[in-house]
Design a protein around this ligand. Structure first.
Ligand SMILES: C[S@@+](CC[C@H](N)C(=O)[O-])C[C@H]1O[C@@H](n2cnc3c(N)ncnc32)[C@H](O)[C@@H]1O
Length: 233
């Protein structure tokens, strides 16, 4: 574990002349992934191998053709390339608070899907659009419960009745190694991004009353959960 943590720090801390500009852009925000955007995928794969990728890719088949999709906190945008391998007719709003993550995502080959990049915190996304699908990959683990409540309520409003919510995140099953890994990750993200929380919030109560769970797939010794939810009418 110590070795993993040392790798994380070494890989992530490097000079970034553009970070000041981005921090000014979102001065009201506490969390900023700009500093680690360039090395984020390398770091996550060094720790989890392909588990974080597989946990997201396994959900893509549940996106219906011709959907209007909202991706929240998509990171470097590698997922757009995987989406393009199986979908060609989607309209995707891609919302990311990190300017550097958005810049990296813009360079991805997204095929014939139409992508609108939106460099804003999700909580500031104001639109008349209603989406068929919302995807939140490793997004809610960034926040405290009160902020989750605000963002969840907002996203819930933006999803159509019977719409699909593709949710992927870590689960705390109470196992010692999971708690240790979570603690290490939160410390790493506190140092590198200023993440606002140090605790993983249980998301079940947010979905349970309003959503029907269609599919659940566990990964990485049950530490990662991919879920297909459908909004109840
Ligand atoms: C843990 S990373 C996950 C990235 C990507 N989903 C992946 O799995 O590779 C969380 C992402 O959420 C973004 N993010 C954090 N707070 C956000 C907010 N309030 N609104 C939109 N994006 C946010 C970060 O910039 C970062 O790219």
């Amino acid at each position: 574990m110590d070795v993993q943590f040392a790798i994380l720090i070494i890989l992530s801390i490097h000079p970034n002349p553009r970070s000041d500009k981005s921090i000014k852009q979102h001065s009201q925000m506490t969390t900023n992934y700009d500093k680690i955007a360039g090395s984020y995928d390398l770091i996550s794969r060094a720790v989890y191998g392909k588990a974080l990728v597989n946990a997201q890719v396994c959900l893509l088949q549940y996106i219906p053709a011709l959907s209007r999709v909202l991706i929240v906190g998509g990171g470097t945008g590698w997922l757009l390339e995987d989406i393009a391998k199986i979908h060609s007719d989607l309209t995707i709003d891609y919302i990311e608070s990190s300017a550097k993550m958005i810049a990296l995502s813009g360079k991805r080959d997204h095929g014939t899907n139409c992508i609108n990049f939106i460099n804003l915190p999700a909580e500031d996304h104001i639109t008349e659009e209603r989406y068929d699908v919302i995807l939140t990959p490793f997004f809610f683990d960034n926040f405290k419960a009160d902020k989750i409540e605000i963002i969840f309520t907002k996203l819930n409003t933006l999803l159509k009745q019977d719409g699909i919510w593709l949710y992927v995140d870590f689960v705390d099953n109470g196992r010692f190694w999971q708690k240790l890994l979570l603690k290490t990750m939160y410390l790493f993200f506190k140092i590198t991004t200023g993440i606002e929380t140090q605790e993983l919030i249980n998301m079940n109560p947010f979905f349970d009353p309003r959503y029907h769970k269609i599919v659940e797939i566990l990964h990485y010794h049950n530490f990662i959960r991919s879920v297909v939810y459908q909004k109840l009418s």
